[in-house]
Design a protein around this ligand. Structure first.
Ligand code: UD1
Ligand code: CA
Length: 455
């Protein structure tokens, strides 16, 4: 059996979230909870996903491409057994089926595999966990031989059963055929008047099948989210896991509890990341990189030996080896900094290609620009790239020097070895090797008398 059908229950209202947004679309580490579950499901070969929606079904459907999963709508939430029943028609003959939950986001591919491997025509598997505080969960009842016999919901349990610390995570796996045979046998004669999926366990036992109990690698895998408080708590647990992975791969963190990653970070070795940094999307980092406190880096590549000083923001950009950035630099999308470049405090770049060894050290805006190698851009330089309607390009040749407080009105180009005097407004080409002075000439007026105050 190699076909895997993955049913993800996501019909619940999520009342305790107090939100217009369906619960499973609330984000953990910048990604909807349901996406976490789908990503884990996608790690399985030939996985067919069926998502059971109810509250906010249209919104869930609209969040994903049509091909992401098959959606079935459970119009009335009559219980977890009823929810799986509504997905039955979409399951493939001869498949192994695993039931997951849209609000239990951190389930891992390893545990899903373990569950599926324990399933065949005669065996079903159930994910259970021992909890210090099992209250609220369905208890696992085992017989004298330690075999799983039944699951009793908290609200239906007697005082002995309430003492049991092994609980049902809700995740189970079995064949399509067994699901089809047993689901119709589930009734709703219980404290909540719901069709409990968990009743399958007792039905399986009565039919002479044995239930293989599987345990997750960590408790976070089976943590379900019902409130914003629980979501925030799980976020911290998950962030710590990501921080530990990064440290294990050779990057030091000043404080793993003050590291945030909403996406993927791939890093070399001997990097150091100071406190309160946020990484989003896909970020690749070379080796021997130092990142100061309070930096935000999104969808970018950082080369080897780069130093990023405090409070620097980098988006969709490429930073060459040994570049030095910040503090307080803002590197906007489309920036490509060459090696050994410097972009200092209060400098904003956007769609700027900056050649090796060039420096923009203070208080400048460089947008829609191409700078050659070893260019020096003085403090307060502005590329005037926008005429109110269109964007235009500024080109600056190798070894040019742009004096402080210059405005370069694009489209404009400065040739190789060009020199722009401080305070110039440059609106036409500066030929290679020329000095260009584009400012009013200084006049000194002798004997000047200051105005005096009127009586
Ligand atoms: C369920 C289990 C319990 C287990 C616990 C683990 C049952 C009867 N009980 O209890 O043994 O310890 O999970 O968290 O299965 N849902 C639907 N449609 C429905 C009902 C539920 O899609 O008609 C979805 C909900 O959105 C939710 C999930 O299924 O994501 C679990 O449902 P819920 O009613 O919260 O089950 P629990 O009471 O937590
Ligand atoms: Ca319930």
């Amino acid at each position: 059996m190699t076909k895997t059908d993955i049913v993800i229950l996501a019909a619940g209202k999520g009342t305790r979230m107090r939100s217009q947004l369906p619960k499973v679309l609330h984000k953990l580490a910048g990604k909807p909870m349901l996406t976490h579950v789908l990503d884990a499901a996608n790690a399985m070969a030939d996985a067919h996903k069926v998502v059971v929606t109810g509250h906010g079904a249209e919104r869930v459907r609209a969040t994903y491409p049509e091909s992401a999963f098959t959606m079935v709508e459970q119009t009335e939430q009559l219980g977890t057994g009823h929810a799986v029943q509504s997905a039955l028609g979409r399951l493939r003959d001869g498949a192994k089926v695993i039931i997951l939950y849209g609000d239990v986001p951190l389930i891992t591919p390893a545990t899903i595999s373990k569950m599926l491997n324990a399933v065949d025509e005669e065996h079903i598997s159930l994910l259970t966990i021992e909890l210090d505080d099992p209250s609220g969960y369905g208890r696992i009842i085992r017989d004298d031989h330690g075999e799983i016999e039944a699951i009793v919901e908290q609200k239906d349990a007697n005082s002995d059963q309430l003492q049991v610390s092994e609980v049902n995570t809700g995740v189970m796996a079995l064949t399509t055929e067994l699901l089809r045979a047993w689901l119709p046998k589930i009734g709703n004669q219980n404290a909540q008047g719901e069709y409990y999926l968990t009743d399958l366990i007792a039905i399986a036992r009565q039919a002479g099948y044995s239930i293989h109990g599987v345990q997750p690698i960590s408790a976070s895998e089976v943590e379900g989210i019902n409130s914003r408080q629980q979501l925030a708590a799980l976020e911290r647990v998950y962030q710590l896991q990501l921080a530990e992975q990064l440290m294990a791969s050779g990057t030091s963190l000043a404080d793993p509890s003050r590291y945030d990653q909403r996406g993927t970070v791939i890093a070399g070795t001997d990097n150091f990341i100071d406190i309160n940094c946020l990484f989003e999307g896909t970020v690749t980092i070379g080796s021997s990189v130092r990142i100061g406190p309070n930096c935000q880096i999104t969808d970018s590549h950082i080369g080897d030996g780069v130093e990023i000083k405090a409070n620097t923001v980098i988006e969709q950009s490429t930073i060459g080896d040994l570049a030095v950035l910040g503090p307080f630099a803002r590197i906007r999308p489309g920036t490509q900094l060459g090696s050994n470049t410097k972009v200092g405090n209060f400098v904003e770049t956007k769609k700027a290609i900056v050649g090796n060894g060039s420096k923009i050290n203070h208080l400048s805006y460089v947008g829609d620009a191409e700078l050659g190698e070893n260019v020096n851009v003085g403090a307060g330089t502005i590329t005037c790239n926008y005429d109110g309607v269109n964007k235009h390009k500024t080109e600056i040749g190798d070894n040019s020097f742009i004096g402080s407080n210059s405005t370069l009105i694009a489209p404009v180009s400065i040739g190789v070895d060009g020199f722009v005097a401080a305070g110039s407004t440059i609106s036409s080409e500066v030929p290679a090797g020329h000095l260009s002075v584009g400012r009013a000439k200084q006049r000194n007026i002798p004997g000047w008398k200051r105005p005096t105050k009127k009586k």
